[in-house]
Design a protein around this ligand. Structure first.
Ligand code: GLN
Length: 339
């Protein structure tokens, strides 16, 4: 654990601003046009129904913290949220139980292993290590309030709907298809239970987890959901407070460390903003204090991340100045230093 002593120290927030609406709109279109012809990668098919997705689909959306919206291409095409649900359910779990408890139970470190790794659990005495891979996400779903699996599921559906600013619905076909091939997630659930790290019936929890992954969203929805985390927990389109600003900070830190699975370090190095991907082809990327981008394109790279979504968001991060690690001198400098 990292030693900290922050009692009584105020959280200061230092952020810049996006360029004006028209410039953002142009850049979103530019990022889309530049990558629309890319056809590298392959559609996921380990969940059979996902293999039927049209690989030509490509949508991109940016929503800023003032509620400004920029949608291009198939930005309103519905697809299943899949792993991107993990970050929003995690936010709801921290809102419910607090920073400390969720950190202890689920953990915040990258496993360095694939999203469905069993090894990651075994190597760490059943501790899931982080909520952005399946084991940790199943443990997080178990933390959701509700006396029955149906109640937990409804809390998740309502919570994610508040992030999106509209009532989200599950894609029954995707849910049933994944349930037929869900042995690995069920195994992870049972392994967590065998280590005493899961309360309740593990198959019931995995069922709820599978439902949350089958919620239908659009690239536009992802941008609104991400923009809520960029705006201290208030949905910039509906004005509703969904989670606290502290929850947003905690969630985005974990997403930065592990949102793109074993490629998370490379992603931070190249693109520099927290982002989360899902196997149906969605990615959401969040620029705290500024806004968020949502992208959708079904062809994935080998780590399971949408190729065109990564390219388009990378473009926007650079062109809109979203990289958290980039800075420029505050005052003009000569080669000698400050003028
Ligand atoms: N529902 C998928 C699974 O559990 C989610 C994985 C993902 O999007 N990477 O396998």
């Amino acid at each position: 654990m990292i030693p900290t002593d922050l009692e009584g120290v105020d959280q200061r927030v230092s952020t810049g601003a996006l360029p004006g609406w028209e410039r953002v709109d142009e850049l979103v279109q530019e990022a889309f046009d530049r990558h629309r012809a890319d056809d590298s990668g392959a559609v996921a098919d380990y969940i059979p129904i996902l293999g039927a997705a049209d690989p030509a689909l490509f949508g991109l959306a940016v929503v800023d913290v003032t509620g400004g919206v920029h949608d291009v291409g198939d930005a309103t095409h519905l697809f299943s949220i899949q792993s991107i649900s993990k970050m929003f359910v995690y936010a709801l779990a921290i809102q419910e139980h607090g920073h400390e408890r969720v950190r202890e139970i689920v953990g915040v470190n990258n496993t360095g292993l694939a999203f469905n790794s069993v090894m990651a659990l075994e190597l760490n005495a059943g501790h899931p290590m982080n909520p952005m891979v399946n084991a940790g996400a199943i443990a997080t779903t178990a933390l959701m309030p509700g006396a029955t699996p149906a109640e937990k599921w409804e809390r998740i559906r309502e919570g994610l709907s508040a992030f999106a600013g509209r009532s989200l619905a599950m894609d029954g076909e995707v849910y049933r298809s994944e349930m037929l091939t869900n042995q690995r997630n069920q195994a992870l659930g049972r392994l967590l239970a065998s280590y005493g790290r899961l309360e309740g019936d593990s198959d019931d929890i995995v069922d709820v987890y599978t439902r949350q992954c089958a919620l239908n969203v659009t690239a536009h929805d992802l941008a609104v959901m991400g923009a809520t985390l960029a705006d201290g927990g208030v949905n910039p389109v509906t004005g509703e407070r969904v989670v606290s600003a502290d929850v947003c900070r905690d969630t985005l830190a974990v997403v930065a460390a592990s949102g793109l699975y074993e490629r998370s370090g490379e992603w931070l190095f190249e693109i520099g903003i927290p982002a989360k991907s899902g196997v149906a082809g969605g990615i959401v990327a969040v620029a705290p204090g500024k806004g968020a981008a949502g992208a959708f394109s079904p062809r994935l790279d080998r780590a399971g991340n949408s190729v065109r979504s990564q390219l388009a968001i990378g473009h926007l991060s650079r062109a809109l100045g979203l990289n958290l690690f980039a800075s420029a001198p505050r005052v003009a400098v000569t080669t000698e230093g400050r003028a």
